[in-house]
Design a protein around this ligand. Sequence first.
Ligand code: 5AD
Ligand code: SF4
Length: 465
Amino acid sequence: MEESKKQSLFVAQLKDTIEEKKKRIGRPVRYHITTMGCQMNARDSEKLSGILAEIGCEEIPTEDADILLFNTCTVRENANEKLYGHLGIVKHFKKLNPDMLIGICGCMMQEKDEVLRIQKKYRFVDLVFGTHNIWKFPELLYAVEAENQRVIDTAEERNGFRDHMPARRKIWFKSGVNIMYGCNNFCTYCIVPYVRGREQSRAAEDIVREVKALVEDGVKEVMLLGQNVNSYGKGLSNGETFASLLERVCAVEGLERVRFMTPHPKDLSDELIQVIKRNPKICRHIHLPLQSGSSKILQRMNRRYTKESYLSLVDKIHRELPEVGLTTDIIVGFPGETEEDFQDTLEVVSRAGYQAAFTFIYSKRSGTPAAEFEDQVPEDVVADRMQRLIALVQQFASKAADRDEGKVEPVLVEEVNPQRAGYVTGRLSNNLMVHFPGDESLIGQMVLVLLKESKGFYYMGERRD
Ligand code: 5AD
Ligand code: SF4
């Protein structure tokens, strides 16, 4: 609490600093945040945006801003390369606008080597902070803006929550809500436990309070966010579980939809399935990362489930919640993956009934145990497997997506269709998109739509209310 007061003082001072800067440059101080990676980062960016808006800056859609932040991801190698690509471009923006402040934050800045590289080779970067001290953003920004310092401030461990930060949502009718931070699972390929730290759950009362405030502010759909939401409540003393938290969130009046991301197959409880069953507000979409269909590879990944236990969980979900749309993440080419292991993955894909799958080529992250494994799979073998996997996923996904053709379903309208004049695009409870005739006034509304025609991974529809 003390800390959040201190940060409020910096916010107050920054208002003056920005006001002066506006006068000096004779126009508004513009900011832009480029967000890479997952919904956690997207939510963090909304918090950074909240602070920047509060101190009097204006958001612009392009990177030629006065304050430019990169909220980075480091889960795969190409995520890192993406940042360096951007930096090469914005260096020139800074030459044209010497007042420009360039900052980098997010998961990549929790990696010492990357921070050192920025510090030494990217001298035009003014501000670096990590995920553990994002709550200190006002103080760090003040040091750069008002005191002209170059600030590199990262913390090894989380030492404060970011919950006090005012968020500025990109979309007014839906919002992410952090329910926990960090991850204790240590899947052997994954850098997240090292950059996001140990699991820590927020108090249920605080989460419910945040959801209520969001609903008062017009939000209809919330997504509860955590690296492993089934672990919610471990470490809290009051016996709260993810299932009980979901029920409390569903009880918030005026809230129409609840989503969550991401559950871990090793501990998706029966209690959770029953809670979903009883609560129509919980969206019929479960993202259940498979990673591999081979029990041998799963063990080497430290996933703590097998092909068989995963498939029986999927059967249970389809049996108890037949309307659920199931999606997944799959990694191809994990060290030691043989053709036989890969066949196991294909088999799970053909049996699980996924409506969509995100497929990733295994990326060696230094610092993770798997990076030390000796039997890395050759690139050409991985590329071939990837092609075969994508073809199979597409074949099965369109089957899963077809099944609601002809039904009338509630849809939350998200945007005017950018490709087809006179159409809007909305999201079904199961997370599929539907395009139908409508106009801007429908954005943020829940409407009933007839799913006239399935197009494989989306629908064309028509309003029915
Ligand atoms: N290589 C490839 N994919 C990875 N993921 C996480 N770490 C790696 C890695 N080292 C994928 C997993 C996870 C998703 C968010 O990113 O599939 O579920
Ligand atoms: Fe990474 Fe595994 Fe934790 Fe997900 S559960 S963040 S894949 S370590």
